[in-house]
Design a protein around this ligand. Structure first.
Ligand SMILES: Cc1cc2nc3c(=O)[nH]c(=O)nc-3n(C[C@H](O)[C@H](O)[C@H](O)COP(=O)(O)OP(=O)(O)OC[C@H]3O[C@@H](n4cnc5c(N)ncnc54)[C@H](O)[C@@H]3O)c2cc1C
Length: 448
């Protein structure tokens, strides 16, 4: 095969995993790294994410007196997912997490802070790290792009989708890309698939992830599963293809999300009759999506009060919801019940005005007017299944062993949340993306 040009490392996808891989490979001494990106205009999921970074054992936790470690983080993830087969990978990613979160602060200038006000089911201690000002993923992506631009070893090639793998004698030796109206063959010592999952590909969802079909989609249009399809074509194994990151607090009328901290702040979920049906804070927000979808009309009403609102507004997703008009306010329970055509006594019991005899127990605290409410449903943000990899990010063949020359991370690799949407722990998505980028890139120096 004659190549149009060669690089040491070809990265497919310029999101979290792709940029981290490239920066680490350049730092490790790889002379030439090229990131081929389908379209920064359409965007990557990282930039639209909340950029909540799960990491155990960081200096911010130590300063707050929180006793955490990569081991504790890994144990929490496995206890939620129940997927012991991914234990080695989870251990490797959790070990990387505090390193790259500190690197974001020290080398990129990301204003990291511990999200002590971001409790999540399944996390035994506060572990999500975020940015001061809570601007979401856009700020972190901008900082990563700046670092990529400054590197003399990395070329970021935008509007240039990769279209396939090039193989020779059972090894991956390069990729094809759609460039300048034609197909170019790019030779590479190593190819890293960092093109995320298949949340935007209805055919693949129907084939591999039927529970996600028909859900409101909150991810980007570029997640079309290209890299996973090529991997399968090259004989790679896939795992956890039925898994996805769901969200139980998606507002279908605006396409925005409510803050997953609301249930911990006293917010309650009621069905169309006004009755509570779930212990809201006992569920991960991904699992909550399926529970909400089982209610009449596939939706539920989230109700919260001013005290909860003040805390919940410290997030980019709640500010977006407010800006989009995702929720309404009511003077009191009576006004809310009337507007929603619900029985006043039923709603009053649900929000804690009277003792609830439900098996769920009373809500966290009694809510007081004014109240806020939004109809929510279960959505899908990203898929969590993909190419089977080892803890080094090497793609494994269905027939056994690694496929030489090929690595995968982030949404292109099998996730660490088990086989369904119930096993997702908050932060798993970016953990797999940044964690594998950190691990894979470090191996791709000149002497690999
Ligand atoms: C709304 C939302 C909020 C989220 N919040 C969080 C959170 O707070 N914390 C968390 O841990 N996770 C969160 N997630 C999940 C997280 O965003 C993803 O798991 C993570 O961004 C995946 O990173 P990635 O690098 O694999 O993919 P991406 O960041 O999506 O990057 C993939 C890139 O590959 C490009 N690409 C695709 N196909 C090709 C091709 N053929 N050729 C070239 N380029 C290609 C795409 O254009 C894209 O730029 C959220 C997801 C969503 C949608």
């Amino acid at each position: 095969m004659t190549f149009d040009y060669d690089v040491d490392v070809a990265v497919v996808g310029g999101g979290a995993c792709g940029m981290m891989t490239a920066l680490r490979a350049a730092e490790a001494g790889a002379p030439s790294v090229a990131i081929f990106e389908k379209s920064t205009r359409q965007g990557c999921n990282t930039q639209f994410s909340s950029a909540s970074l799960a990491a155990g054992g960081t200096r911010w936790q130590a300063e707050a007196g929180i006793d955490d470690s990569p081991q504790r983080h890994a144990a929490d993830i496995l206890s939620v997912s129940g997927d012991r087969s991914s234990a080695d990978i989870v251990d490797a990613l959790c070990a990387a997490a505090p390193c790259y979160v500190e690197w974001f602060a020290d080398c990129l200038g990301h204003p990291v802070e511990l999200g002590a006000d971001m409790p999540r089911a399944g996390q035994s201690v506060p572990r999500l790290h975020t940015d001061r000002g809570r601007q979401g993923g856009g700020r972190l992506v901008e900082l990563l792009r700046g670092a990529v631009e400054r590197s003399e070893r990395i070329a970021f090639v935008d509007n240039t989708p990769a279209t396939g793998l090039v193989e020779s004698r059972s090894s991956v030796t390069g990729i094809t890309v759609a460039e300048q109206g034609g197909t170019r063959h790019v030779g590479a010592g190593s190819v890293v698939l960092a093109a995320d999952g298949f949340g935007a590909n209805q055919e693949m969802l129907a084939a591999y992830c039927p529970d996600a079909v028909g859900r409101v989609y909150g991810g980007v249009s570029t997640s079309t599963g290209d890299a996973i399809s090529w991997g399968i074509g090259a004989g790679a194994a896939v795992s956890n293809m039925t898994a996805f990151l769901g969200h139980g607090l998606m507002v279908p009328s605006t396409g925005t999300r409510l803050n997953p901290a609301l249930p911990f702040l006293g917010g309650v979920l009621v069905d169309s009759s006004g009755k509570r049906f779930v212990d809201e804070s006992a569920q991960g927000y991904s699992k909550l999506g399926s529970i909400v979808l089982r209610q009449t009309g596939g939706r539920a009403l989230m109700i919260w009060d001013r005290q909860a609102m003040e805390a919940a507004m410290n997030s980019e997703l709640m500010r977006e919801s407010k800006g989009a008009g995702a929720f309404r306010s009511f003077d009191d329970v009576q006004a809310l019940a009337t507007a929603m055509s619900m029985d006043h006594a039923t709603v009053a019991a649900s929000v804690g005005g009277e003792l609830s005899e439900s098996a769920l127990g009373p809500p966290l605290r009694a809510l007081e007017g004014p109240l806020f409410a939004a109809w929510v449903t279960g959505g899908i943000l990203t898929t969590q299944g993909g190419l089977t990899v080892d803890p080094h990010g090497r793609v494994l063949l269905a027939s056994g062993g690694a496929l030489p020359g090929l690595f995968a991370g982030g949404g292109s690799a099998a996730g660490i949340s088990g086989p369904s949407c119930d096993g997702y722990s908050s932060g798993n998505g970016l953990l797999s993306a940044f964690g594998f980028g950190w691990i894979i890139g470090a191996q791709l120096g000149p002497h690999r």
